[in-house]
Design a protein around this ligand. Structure first.
Ligand code: UGA
Length: 443
């Protein structure tokens, strides 16, 4: 099948590559000429396990091509995926300018029937706006051509995007056209072999499904963070509580890990955007607002504990930070709790000595060169000469730690763990103070 994907960011690149990998003929289009030329040379702009070899394999077989030529891109596919960015506006709603620009481009160049597929996370009602933008261009041209617009949201986790695309729980398609149903069945057929994962529904339901899924997951996390704050104050171990409630299949074990707040490009943006959509239709989404407020507060918890451990005196102190990415297996630092922590340390006059297996380049890009930020080559260098250690991201390599060694490195025996990686008793045995999330000492 001939397929065009607009946008070679995270979602577009994974979508285009995975579809090429099962034999489709895919053209990925982007307006960023530099990005396209780097992709053509096999340089992948994002860190995603497995993606680079998959791109290479499909480029060399000729099934995956990259272009900046919009006209050729529109001419190529009967399916036209829109996978461009939807950055948040100042008021938290999703900015659709890139999505609508692609719709206009398709309207400008199309010569035959197209299915336009909203893959980007877009507010409910966007398909109607895409239809209007495309139709306006056709009218301008005086062209009478038919097209359909459908919604096909992505459910990809960074770090596991290929797995999620190829073996995801469901493929949601919002459409009222039988022709689109047929074409989307053909497109996803190779990934839909063992049981039927395709769910067809109306367009608005599909658009809302995406937001509802992310908002539900964010709610689980904020709920658990709230319980962890309570557990801490009540002297209960939240990890026991987590196991206790997770064993109920109605609750489940997933996404109830307490931590230092959710980050990334999706949950914060999507919860805000859904709350904004709600207020636009005259509904105050109290639960969503609280999910966000709890998360905002949770991101400050590591600094609060750190500051309390030093009696508010962080000036001149060197704090080791393990983990900068918002979660393991990515170099993404968007909305990462590490940023809230480091910025607060700097504000208080402290220095940061940080290590992350993937996100150091990104950290340098965000913060540039500054005296109070030292990025070091490994985790032991980060604690050398430091006053305390804070763990922000649960990279696998942080899971085993020689607590006696750590105590010798730090001037104050303080370990602050934003991901509950260790057993408090084992940490205490080495004579360290252990401040975790909803367990260990309370501060
Ligand atoms: C999320 C969703 O999980 C995907 O299904 C969705 O497709 C994607 O957003 C999107 O909308 O594109 P992602 O942001 O990559 O994926 O990351 P997650 O693995 O979901 O983690 C999000 C945040 O929640 C991280 O900061 C993580 O540390 C935190 N988290 C997760 C917790 O604090 N506790 C948990 O139990 C689980």
């Amino acid at each position: 099948m001939k397929i065009t994907v607009f946008g070679t960011g995270y979602v577009g690149l994974v979508t285009g590559t995975c579809l090429a990998d099962v034999g489709h003929d895919v053209v990925c289009m982007d307006v960023d000429a530099d990005k396209i030329s780097r992709l053509e040379q096999g340089e992948i702009p994002i860190f995603e396990p497995g993606l680079s070899t998959m791109v290479e394999r499909n480029v060399s077989s000729g099934r995956l091509r990259f272009t900046t030529d919009a006209e050729a891109a529109v001419a190529h596919g009967v399916l036209q995926f829109i996978a461009v960015g939807t950055p948040p506006d100042e008021d938290g709603s999703a900015d659709l300018k890139y999505v609508l620009a692609v719709a206009s481009t398709i309207g400008e160049y199309m010569q035959d029937y197209k299915v336009v597929i909203d893959k980007s996370t877009v507010p409910v009602g966007t398909a109607d706006r895409v239809t209007a933008a495309l139709q306006a261009k056709l009218d301008e041209r005086g062209a009478s051509l038919s097209f359909d617009v459908c919604s096909n949201p992505e459910f990809l986790k960074e770090g596991a995007a290929i797995e999620d695309f190829t073996r995801g729980a469901r493929i949601v398609v919002g459409t009222d056209s039988d022709k689109v149903v047929e074409l989307m069945r053909e497109c996803y057929g190779p990934y839909n072999r063992n049981h039927d994962k395709l769910m067809f529904m109306d367009v608005r339901a599909a658009e809302l499904t995406k937001y509802a899924a992310n908002a539900m997951l964010a709610t689980k996390i904020s709920f658990m963070n709230e319980i962890s704050n309570l557990a801490e104050r009540l002297g209960a171990d939240v990890e026991a509580v987590r196991r206790g409630i997770g064993s109920d299949p109605r609750i489940g074990y997933q996404f109830i890990y307490p931590g230092c707040g959710y980050g990334g490009s999706c949950f914060p943006k999507d919860v805000q955007a859904l709350a904004r959509t709600a207020s636009q239709v005259g509904y105050e989404a109290e639960l969503l607002n609280s999910v966000e407020a709890v998360n905002y507060r949770q991101k400050t918890t590591l600094f609060r504990k750190l500051s309390a451990a030093f009696n508010g005196e962080l000036k001149g102190k060197t704090i080791a930070v393990w983990g900068l990415a918002f979660k393991p297996n990515t170099d993404d630092m968007r909305e990462a709790p590490s940023r809230t922590l480091m910025e607060a340390i700097w504000e208080a006059g402290g220095r940061v000595q940080a290590y992350d297996p993937e996100a150091m380049k990104e950290c340098r890009r965000i913060y540039g060169d500054r005296d109070d930020l030292v990025l070091v080559a490994d985790q032991s260098q980060a604690v050398r000469g430091a006053d305390a250690l804070v763990i922000v991201t649960e990279w696998k390599e942080f899971r085993t730690l020689d607590f006696n060694w750590l105590k010798d490195q730090l001037s104050l025996p303080v370990l602050i763990d934003g991901r509950n990686l260790y057993e408090p008793d084992a940490v205490h045995e080495a004579g360290l103070m252990y401040y975790a999330i909803g367990r260990g000492e309370s501060l």
